[in-house]
Write a protein that binds this ligand. Structure first.
Ligand SMILES: Cc1cc2nc3c(=O)[nH]c(=O)nc-3n(C[C@H](O)[C@H](O)[C@H](O)COP(=O)(O)OP(=O)(O)OC[C@H]3O[C@@H](n4cnc5c(N)ncnc54)[C@H](O)[C@@H]3O)c2cc1C
Length: 385
């Protein structure tokens, strides 16, 4: 890690060295951008990027989400080659399980959207459910939508790949370095402050996860959304039971079995948004109950780890990507509830917008001011309480 004094200026300052911030930096390098500084208040992988379920899928129920995540899956396929590091992305498939007629109808509607956008997905027949998900409790299953191009990528491999690429390519990445203020000159952002130290910047990109609202407040601009926390857990290794990544759309659960045999994932429990890394026994109990109902064999295995992570959610739970409408040269990659999966697409689209001024049609729906212009994005296919 760089221990030299902080520079006095940078072309681009990225706030946050999680998967979003590092993906923007990586893609900016590919766009030919020099002089990039990434500043992170915490430790490497300390944010949600080191605490998530690592699930990735292309298909949702809305055009906006599906177009963005089709791009992201395509990007995931090329990351190991482009980064020169194996990010271990495996397309083991992603099954979205419905337990009610209502969610089955939503999955069938979503399928039409996915098909129209070229996503390889279908509703599994009973026989295909037997073949692909032999251990699932079929009495609870109403229908299953399957996306063979979805899968997982371990976050440690991804974060290592991104950091190594950035460091090899001259990006100055500093952890334990919190932004404490932002300076405006007229209608644009002109500098970031780290305590008393001022760093002049042509452009600032906020990828500060749950703290994005704090960054907006420092710049005295509004930002939709709020910080919130969710929990996940890992079970001790067991024999292979679950092949694809799985989302239970009604039970608000998502999980997969790692190559070591651990089942990793979480369930969502409705709670008032709060900022805390504390875990709760009732949430753990709910996860265990949902797992057991769907995969009774998991009753044999013990809970290995249980943790919480935080992210920034917008009021329609969709990402917020782009330049702030009230302040030039201040960009956000915020509102990310599926921000691990979405990082490759977000990095590519934001880097192109910043370096080349090109706003891609797949980024436009996620503009920060959509609530006042086009309106919120309606997406029924996400697993969030
Ligand atoms: C339990 C859990 C399970 C999840 N499962 C999935 C999943 O399966 N698939 C999926 O796609 N997504 C999942 N997510 C969401 C995903 O993890 C996040 O959307 C994603 O990691 C966001 O990345 P980020 O870089 O924006 O945020 P972070 O990784 O949180 O990074 C933000 C960084 O900003 C830094 N920062 C904050 N304030 C400042 C400041 N003032 N100055 C400098 N730096 C600052 C922080 O230190 C932090 O490192 C899950 C999240 C959780 C918590």
């Amino acid at each position: 890690m760089n221990t030299l004094p902080l520079p006095k200026r940078a072309s681009v300052v990225i706030i946050g060295g999680g998967v979003q911030g590092l993906s923007v930096a990586f893609n900016l390098v590919e766009q030919g951008q020099k002089d990039i500084l990434v500043l992170d208040a915490g430790y490497w992988q300390g944010g949600a990027s080191g605490r998530n379920g690592t699930l990735i899928r292309p298909g949702f129920a809305s055009v906006a989400w599906t177009e963005l995540f089709v791009l992201t899956v395509n990007e995931w396929r090329s990351w190991s080659r482009r980064l020169g590091e194996n990010v271990m992305f495996t397309q083991r498939g992603y099954s979205v399980v419905s337990e009610t007629e209502k969610s089955e109808a939503m999955l069938r509607e979503g399928l039409k959207v996915q098909r129209s956008l070229g996503v390889n997905s279908w509703m599994l027949s009973r026989r295909e459910i037997d073949d692909l998900l032999p251990a699932i409790n079929k009495s609870r299953v109403q229908a299953v939508q399957h996306q063979p191009d979805g899968g997982v990528a371990p976050h440690h491999a991804v974060m290592k790949g991104l950091l190594a690429f950035c460091q090899r390519n001259g990006v100055d990445v500093r952890y334990r370095t919190a932004i404490s203020g932002l300076e405006r000159t007229g209608s644009r952002i002109s500098a970031v402050l780290v305590g008393d130290h001022r760093i002049e910047a042509d452009c600032v990109v906020s990828c500060a996860g749950p703290n994005n609202p704090d960054i907006a407040a420092m710049a005295e601009v509004p930002l939709n959304g709020f910080g919130m926390r969710i929990e996940a857990m890992a079970l001790e290794p067991t024999r292979p039971l679950i092949k694809p990544a799985i989302a239970l759309i009604d039970s608000l659960a998502y999980f997969h079995q790692t190559s070591r045999g651990e089942v990793v994932g979480g369930t969502e429990v409705p709670e008032r948004p709060r900022m805390s890394l504390k875990v709760d026994l009732p949430v753990m109990a709910n996860m265990a109950k949902v797992y057991l109902e769907m995969f009774p064999q998991l009753g044999e295995v013990r809970i290995l780890r249980h943790w919480a992570g935080q992210f920034h959610a917008s009021t329609d739970y969709a990402p917020l990507m782009g330049e702030h409408p009230d302040l030039k040269d201040l960009w956000f990659s915020a509102g990310w509830s599926y921000g691990f999966a979405g990082a490759p697409a977000a990095g590519r689209l934001l880097a192109k917008a910043i370096a080349k001024g090109h706003i891609d049609h797949r980024m436009k729906p996620f503009a920060l001011d959509r609530f006042e212009t086009t309106g919120p994005i309606v997406e029924g296919g996400i697993v969030l309480a």
